[in-house]
Design a protein around this ligand. Sequence first.
Ligand code: SAH
Length: 222
Amino acid sequence: MKAAGGEGALASARVRERMVARLRAAGIRDARVLDAMAVVPRHAFVDSALASRAYEDSALPIGCGQTISQPYVVARAIELALAGRTDAKNMKVLEVGTGCGYAAAVMAQVFGTVYSIERLRALHERARSNLRALRLSNLHLVHGDGSEGLPAQAPFDAIVAAAAAADVPPAWLDQLAAGGCVVAPIGDHAQRLLAVRRDGSGRVRRSDAGQVFFVPLRSGVQ
Ligand code: SAH
């Protein structure tokens, strides 16, 4: 990623270091995730009026009724996708729900190749402009309905969803490589962050990483 210079950049790097210390204290252990969270400028993904709150551990509005995910949840979802993997730079990952592009930028620091799909054109375009200065050549943005995954680019080593479905869409499981994992908020009202792993023989195992609050997964594009 291109390094930004100047005093402002230094100050924001310090605030991010504090955010990373809080993530560590909250139980995020994977250095690959913490290092990525330390470099991606979250303030560049929110409206300038909210920039001073960008490193709080909260979701913030990004327009179109959607929100940028909480840093802890972004970190935890990526950590789950990485569990037991030493080959992050060879992993191909799909994010469903680009939003403003923040989590996609963090994932592009961690994984070899990242596709991120967004159903709302206005947000897809906003993410593209937010991400331009970061020059992440391994990150590919797609405008489309991610509830069907992204068959043209499958299989994926992980599919990470930023919008909640009532249950894991079968298309996501179908598009997982052996040893791959879906990390997604699942449930209508009380959502749980689930990691659904597919082993070499095609068996599927679910684990529950606790309660989360996400916007709903919707079908169709706009
Ligand atoms: N990853 C974002 C969070 C975005 S919020 C971040 O870093 O902050 C979730 C996003 O999922 C919203 O922008 C919403 O429009 C999008 N979304 C909901 N249903 C979708 C679908 N079926 N396909 C693609 N995107 C979807």
